[in-house]
Design a binder for this molecule. Sequence first.
Ligand SMILES: NC(=O)c1ccc[n+]([C@@H]2O[C@H](COP(=O)([O-])OP(=O)(O)OC[C@H]3O[C@@H](n4cnc5c(N)ncnc54)[C@H](OP(=O)(O)O)[C@@H]3O)[C@@H](O)[C@H]2O)c1
Length: 308
Amino acid sequence: MKYIDIVNGPKQVSTMVQGCMRMPSLSKEDAAKVIRSAYDCGINFFDHATVYGAGEAETRFAEAFPLTGLKREDIYIQSKCGIYPERAEFDWTKESILASVDGILERLHTDYLDTLLLHRPDLLFDPEEVADAFDTLEKAGKVRWFGVSNLVPMQFELLKKYVKQPLIINQVQLSLEQSQLIDQALYMNNKTTEYSINRDCNALDYCRLHDVTIQAWSPLQIGMFGGTFIDHPDYPELNEVLGKLAEREGVSKAAIAIAWILRHPAKMQAIIGSMNPEHIVDACDATKVNLSHHDWYELYLASGKFLP
Ligand SMILES: NC(=O)c1ccc[n+]([C@@H]2O[C@H](COP(=O)([O-])OP(=O)(O)OC[C@H]3O[C@@H](n4cnc5c(N)ncnc54)[C@H](OP(=O)(O)O)[C@@H]3O)[C@@H](O)[C@H]2O)c1
């Protein structure tokens, strides 16, 4: 495993994060195996959200954790709030943020979160109210560091105008199949391809300029929930290159696909979501792989892009 220091945030966090979105389907014994396998591979950072199984992911994690033999301080725990499917709205009001964190801490059986992210933007958010909520959480010792997810740069700036704590993370989607975060710069001003559409207002460059760590979610997914592109018949060229590099490096195709994210100089974390300990071990080989500049482009092009 490789580790990075997050600017203004936690030190020596693993570059791979174990996402817990899919944990509600597991028994507590199987969830414990997932946590322990990830930890034994060097992962010390676990990602949650209130919306994962409507709180069930956090509940299962807390039931499983005592079976792992780990201590709370052995790991970083992150959760996210702001999405309320039951109410069909996103909500960043102070009342909602504070109530969400109390719920998270209760479900996770912990006194504090290492990081709290606002999951998706509430179109009605008032940055002063968010700032007030963060102050309250920090003073109460309930949250150590703060960040966001799926947020465009100008809204990030708007929050920063009022929030006193550094916003250290932006969690966004990035994979070989969903590479919008990096595509536009390559095709700028090119009206013959939809890759030239700026879909996130330059979130990648903004984060790099402001030392915000990017956490790449769903590194192996087609679309949002389309299953993995690994060994998928619709991605023959990509799988051929993944297979070739996997053989060369003696690792799995998944490890190469994740290594492609970690090869980017922005020093991102990649959040994996497997609930299969064997897949987790295989994926963590990503940090042993050193992709060359050429390998990186070969994978990018095999995912369906072209050099303009
Ligand atoms: N901020 C956001 O808006 C947002 C959105 C979505 C997700 N997330 C975070 O990102 C995390 C990861 O998302 P994700 O679960 O979609 O990530 P992912 O790692 O891209 O996908 C995991 C899925 O791929 C399968 N898989 C993994 N390795 C495989 C392999 N070698 N062969 C075949 N199938 C394989 C897994 O099945 P097995 O379990 O069988 O391995 C699982 O169904 C989530 O847990 C969550 O923490 C954040």
